[in-house]
Unconditional design. Sequence first.
Lengths: 488, 218
Amino acid sequence: MIAALLLVPTIAGILTFFIRSAAAQRRLLRLTVTLHFLLTCGCWFLPLSKPDESSWLGLDAPGLFFLTVTSILTLAVGMYAAAFLRREASGVPRPIELIRALPNAPEAIFSGCSQLFLAAMTLVIVSRHFGLLWVAMEATTLVSAPLIYFHRSRHSLEATWKYLILCSIGIALALLGNFFLVVAGTGHGGLSLDALLAAGPHLNVLWLRAAAIFFFVGYGTKMGFAPLHTWRPDAYSESPTPVAALLSGALVNCAFFALLRVQQVLGAAGEAEFGRELFLGFGLFSILVAAIFVIRQADYKRLLAYSSVEHVGILAVGAGLAKAGLMGSLLHALNHSLVKAMLFMVAGNILAASRTKSIPEVRGMLRVVPVSAVLWIAGFLAITGSPPFGTFLSEFTILKAAIDQSQFFVAAAYLFLLVAIFIAVAQLFLGMAQGEAPASSGTRQPEALATIVPPIALCMLALSLGLYVPAPLQDLMNAAAQTLSGSM
Amino acid sequence: MKSGFDTVMIFLVLSNLALLGSSRLGMCVRALALQGLVLSVLPVIVDMADITARDLTLGLGTMLVKGFLFPWILLRTLRDAGVRREIEPYVGYTMSLIIGAALLALALWLDRRLPLPHSFVSPLLVPVSFFTIFCGLFILLSRKKAITQVIGYLVLENGIYSFGMALAHEEPFLVEMGMLLDIFAAVFVMGIAIFHIHREFEHMDTARMTLLKDDYSG
């Protein structure tokens, strides 16, 4: 099953480069994401893999959880991307800043790299070996770089370069973390996750801590913790919206998952407290930085990027609050992915209608693209953690964990910053939907079904998660938190 | 073979200093090639008593990729882009060398602070690896040209690689090959990116890439 999950997107991705017809490429992309989703559904009915020191691949409870999130997201984005590509190819007027840019990169690069990206993310999730995990993580950077440079403009090139260099340095430092981990586990079987967990208390603490720091800086760059987040606003605002949705929805989770694995090893060695402090420190600082940059932001795609920085902060704070917080964090990873991907898709629709990314210039979207505008407002409520959306439930779980563990400073700072962000975002989002539309964006524009169904589906999922978390999902998250927090 | 090992380490230190003190990009690429060739000897001589096919393959792979392929890609990019020198880096060349000396001292100090659980062929391996990593990071931060940043990234990576050699027998072969492949792909992609940067901006000065920044309304 795991082999199929990896092979389907890899083979399809490579195959895409040999298909001439753009329509066939789009069909293959949709077929691949659907197959991947069906295979993931199949994994729910199979027994989870047992710890096995000799096996490099395996799917345990946390793996299955993150695989499901990634797969749902890629399914939605894949469907949307096909419509996006059709819109790009149909020669509609481009956003003002793209008028002077070169023609888009060939569609094969977009479809092919998207599928390879899915394969690399799947490999991150199923690997039970830190070396393999590293290789997969680096692969995600490399196959996503051409995706960011799809609109071949100066802006997107600059963004791609920053993304490549910063993430490569981050990944290089994570490699050093891997080697430190080898030193810490000398004589206990290298980098296999299960071997390290079994060695637990015998690991060399000094080197283990050094390794953890490098992992946090390395994979933290990829996840986008402040102050390592600087590539994110650029990459998210310059890449095509389906790509931004994938980067912020799926990739962030993969990097978070890698850090949770590191934390798992720390826990086995009795150093869980050290990892939690790292999570809390990076988490709170990220929320703070996001709050500062969100206020009066003038570009709505950059706004969404800073909101992602806020949410990785929330994920990290949750992971820093033992098992109860981790539960909230897992739920939040799911909720945030759904909502953020949906928002990027809607942002794509708004961009196509208004041809600008500037917040002050976008007005009256309710009249021009009513469905997208309503989704935009729903997305605003969801992303700021308002009830009844799932994000409210997960953010509240994390807050409760902080108070239960008498981390009052953490709770107060967390709450204050979230309220500040709520106010800032409200002002910006609502202004875009309401008011008179400027003459340039014209009157009511048609909205293609394929560009609004995926965001509606994601929005409904996020809404229903706020009202009711199904029992199997609850059980899986419980098992995942149990595994990750070390109490086997 | 201890003396041979130490010679390799000294070559590493010298090539780092050459990279820090040179403004000619062609010279930097050659110093990098030398570093790659020197590193490719490491897997073989790290344990002379027991040379396996795996050591030889790894050495050969390293030599091909780091000694020949990377310099070739970089020199080609230099030729296509028509740049010869890094002019006006953020930190001057004399100052870079002085900082280099300080970094060497820092690496030695750090080595004392982090004692390895078991001893290796040469006590120089760990501090020299740290020094190479620091030099790579410093070049990344202090130079402006996109290509010099790639060189910095590779120096950083070389340092990590030589640290990894200390642990050669602790981890599986496949992983090392995977890493080599990934880094190769990274340089390849960066090379293409530089080509595009040069064509679009007609320079490859990352300090002048300032289109993207936060604007604030009101």
